[in-house]
Design a protein around this ligand. Structure first.
Ligand code: AMP
Ligand code: ZN
Length: 464
């Protein structure tokens, strides 16, 4: 069955055809490990995970490479500000290497709780400095660089297609540019490949290079490491939409000017933001939510995965605890239904639909996971299907959804704090003979599948 993917480069859904038959190379921009990932970042890795699973479901041999940025990412995506890891190291009074190691571990803890499969290759920037230096040498040899103030810069005026991913207009870029703080740049959108004239004289992470003792600009790591593990041209590159204008634009300029091969990447896929009432969730803003913080409120990591699956990756996802509550309720109802059908072994079926086909079409259509989830619910609600057959569908669909549906254990009845508060309020209402409010609360909870039964020994809670 054909797969269609939305390609940011063409601005269209395209039929997916890998460079090498049956194999897919994917590079996903990984975390900058100077703080805990927030749930917006994690949305991106849930997306990558479902993309890999979908391609594997289609029989491809997938090589998914993810980097870990442990050096070089400044507080602005351009070359301004401080090094994020150094800044955090000073704040926490720990070494930059310690900071990077600590937050990398925390990141993979989160991803494993979210049932995200580990990438085939995880590559750290600090362990690939030679690959970066070699790539910069190639870019320099091909005439795309200049030296100024001790740093080596990429000269965007030499690269004809600069900005094609973001559809940037170079003339407009020049005239509309902010006054850049780096006086060495010929064009405000030129960017640093290697810093020797560091803004931070006591920078802990530094290496020898042909241009002097220093450290890499942020963008070079992704071009260098993806080429190292996936070759000079590969299939899919992923990231959040914030990477289109600067980071991915610069990655393309570096890779294609070094190798001379176009296109470097065949399909560019970008995920929309997770937002809150304050706009895009961002580490720099503070007040962001980590996975741990929502676990502490009594949610399961898979409630958040379910929430993400239910919004297409090209739509913004507005986070709220009400939305997370709905996802939690839906996931728990799903689990209870599956536990119920798992007990039965009947095969009888007179189903009128081939749900495999419908599900497969949904996931192959640019990862339409909200539709795929709806197909799963249709299966469970189909009165013509036998339980055994339903269960076979569940196990198959969960290869993509990753909601742990095959390994369900009987769950304890766990209510969130809001539901508990409602039950308390109802008890009080009953004491005060406020039957109207008491019935109202019973109905609210019943809609969520929480059934209250008043017994002589008090209220009994059952989940439906
Ligand atoms: P970082 O760790 O800051 O380098 O970001 C890791 C990934 O998360 C990148 O691919 C970003 O594009 C993505 N990202 C950052 N903020 C958000 C957000 N609010 N929603 C979705 N993805 C995001
Ligand atoms: Zn990157």
């Amino acid at each position: 069955m054909e797969i269609k993917l939305f390609n940011t480069m063409s601005g269209k859904k395209e039929i997916f055809k890998p460079i090498i038959k049956n194999c897919v190379g994917i590079y996903g921009c990984g975390p900058t490990v100077y703080n805990y990932a927030h749930i917006g970042n994690l949305r991106k890795y849930i997306f990558d995970d479902t993309l890999v699973r979908m391609l594997e479901y289609n029989g491809y041999n997938v090589n998914y490479v993810m980097n870990v940025t442990d050096v070089g990412h400044l507080t602005s995506d351009a070359d301004e500000g401080e090094d994020k890891i150094r800044k955090q190291a000073l704040k926490e009074k720990r070494s930059a290497y310690d900071i990077a190691k600590f937050y990398e571990r925390a990141f993979f803890d989160d991803t494993s709780k979210l049932n995200i499969q580990k990438p085939d290759v995880v590559c750290r920037a600090t362990e690939h400095i030679n690959a970066m230096i070699n790539l910069i040498k190639r870019i320099e040899k091909n005439g795309y660089t200049y030296l100024a103030g001790g740093n080596i810069y990429f000269d965007i005026s030499k690269f004809k297609d600069y900005g094609k991913l973001a559809k940037l207009n170079l003339k407009e870029l020049k005239s509309g540019a902010r006054i850049d703080v780096d006086k060495n740049k010929k064009n405000p959108h030129d960017f640093v490949l290697w810093f020797t004239e560091s803004k931070f004289k006591n920078q802990e992470m530094m290496w020898e290079s042909p241009w002097g003792y220093g450290y890499p600009g942020w963008h070079i790591e992704c071009s260098a490491m993806s080429i190292e593990y996936l070759g000079e041209q590969f299939d899919i590159h992923t990231g959040g939409i914030d990477h289109i204008n600067v980071h991915h634009t610069n990655e393309i300029a570096q890779a294609e000017s070094a190798t001379g091969k176009k296109p470097w990447v065949k399909y560019w896929m970008h995920i929309e933001f997770l937002t809150s009432t304050e706009g895009k969730m961002a580490k720099s803003k503070g007040g962001f939510l980590t996975l741990q913080s929502i676990l502490e409120k009594g949610y399961n990591a898979l409630d958040y995965r379910y929430l993400c699956l239910n919004t297409h990756y090209k739509n913004p996802l507005m986070f709220s605890f009400d939305a997370l509550d709905s996802a939690k309720n839906a996931r728990e109802r799903l689990n209870r239904k599956i536990l119920e059908i798992r007990k039965n072994v009947d095969f009888s079926s007179s189903a009128k639909k081939d749900y495999h086909e419908i599900f497969h079409e949904a996931i192959n259509d640019d990862l339409n996971l909200p539709k795929a989830l709806a197909v799963l619910w249709d299966v469970l609600n189909d009165k013509d299907l036998g339980d055994k057959e339903k269960y076979n569908y569940v196990v198959d669909f969960d290869k993509i959804l990753g909601l742990g549906l095959e390994d369900l254990e009987e769950e304890k009845i766990e209510l969130n704090s809001k539901d508990k508060a409602l039950i308390k309020e109802r008890e009080l209402a009953r004491k005060n003979k406020d039957w109207k409010r008491s019935d109202e609360i019973r109905d609210i909870l019943a809609k969520k599948g929480i059934i209250l039964k008043d017994t002589p020994n008090g209220v009994k809670v059952e989940l439906k």
